[in-house]
Design a protein around this ligand. Structure first.
Ligand code: NDP
Length: 315
């Protein structure tokens, strides 16, 4: 049978390019898990994904009810889950004030981390039951959360501190809306959420790889400077960022090539190693990259896991 792969946020950018790359192999049924049904349908059509290779299902990661509903719907349809790709993200670099998810968590961490945390925890059982030759759970990371890189050192830097804001519920009322308890900063909240993504992947690996055989992986696909991720940035930034990445840092990658990279992590038989953060060199060859000190801190990963469980109601 074809493999079933769920891709969150497949209506745009990296997620859409990955769906396209996988669809072209004819080996995959792609479940596009998206908050905007019509946009996702149009996006699939616009890049020429054939009808028999995809389905769109509603998922709003900024609502834990929606996450649970999505999982219920999948199970009702008895769709086996072979690969889950946690790709969707919001980035609010110019927001002056925080916004919040349905449950009242700051939006970037609430969507990028907590929504995906609940989704992947719930679908772990489904992945375990899959009879596909390999099963994978992939959480898209980023260089910007890694302070051991040049890009990760552009302020404001990621820093989860002692997680006091997260412990307090990230609600901006009786706790800070930032994980480290500091003042709201949209760019930092995004970077913090990406550190959470990379820590979560490692904690999954530690807890479940051996018993389940599931491959847990993260990746930095390169700087895809043209995606809608930067939609809230000031116009001058959006004009200059792609050529800056292309010609100065040389970290630029097209949406199409980035999609092929993530598709590789989904389906390449040679990328079965678990607990890895993949990157690509300038010849587009994959290699196991090093995470920053904070993004590979085992104690922080455990703490993050436990607090996140409480926040999403898994305890
Ligand atoms: P896009 O903005 O193009 O895509 C983000 C996707 O996430 C969209 O499909 C969006 O849906 C979806 N999304 C946002 N909020 C929700 C929600 N509440 N529920 C469900 N889906 C949601 O950005 P990219 O393609 O660039 O980003 C994809 C991933 O790549 C992210 O994890 C990002 O951190 C990562 N990344 C990106 C880099 C880059 O340079 N662009 C570099 C490194 C990592 P909608 O279409 O409805 O808005």
């Amino acid at each position: 049978r074809k493999g079933n792969v769920i891709i969150t946020g497949a209506s745009s950018g990296l997620g859409l390019a990955t769906a396209k790359a996988l669809a072209e192999t004819g080996q995959w049924n792609i479940i596009m898990a998206c908050r905007n049904f019509l946009k996702a349908e149009r996006a699939a059509k616009s890049v020429g994904i054939a009808k028999e290779n995809y389905t769109v299902m509603h998922l709003d990661l900024a609502s834990l009810d929606s996450v649970r509903q999505f999982v219920d719907n999948l199970r009702r349809q008895e769709t086996p889950v072979d690969v889950l790709v946690c790709n969707a993200a919001v980035y609010q670099p110019t927001a002056k004030e925080p916004s919040f998810t349905a449950e009242g968590f700051e939006l970037s961490v609430g969507t990028n981390h907590l929504g995906h945390f609940l989704l992947s925890r719930l679908l772990l059982d489904d992945l375990k039951q899959s009879d596909y030759p390999f099963k994978r759970l992939i959480i898209v990371g980023s260089i910007t959360g890694n302070t051991n890189t040049l890009a990760g050192n552009v302020p404001p830097k990621a820093n989860l501190g002692d997680l006091r804001g997260l412990v307090g519920g990230l609600n901006g009322l009786n706790s800070s809306s930032m994980i480290d308890g500091g003042d709201f900063d949209g760019a930092k909240a995004y970077k913090d959420s990406k550190v959470c993504n990379m820590l979560t992947m490692q904690e999954f690996h530690k807890r479940y790889h051996e018993e389940s055989g599931i491959t847990f992986a993260s990746l930095y696909p390169g700087c895809i400077a043209t995606t809608a991720l930067f939609r809230e940035h000031i116009p001058l930034f959006r004009l200059l960022f792609p050529p800056f990445q292309k010609y100065i840092t040389k970290g630029y990658v097209s949406e199409e090539d980035a999609g092929k990279r993530l598709a590789q992590v989904v389906s390449d038989p040679s990328l079965t190693k678990s607990g890895v953060y993949w990157s690509w060199n300038k010849d587009s060859a994959s290699f196991e990259n090093q995470l920053s000190k904070e993004a590979s801190d085992a104690e922080k990963a455990r703490k993050l896991w436990e607090i996140s469980e409480k926040l999403v109601g898994l305890e």
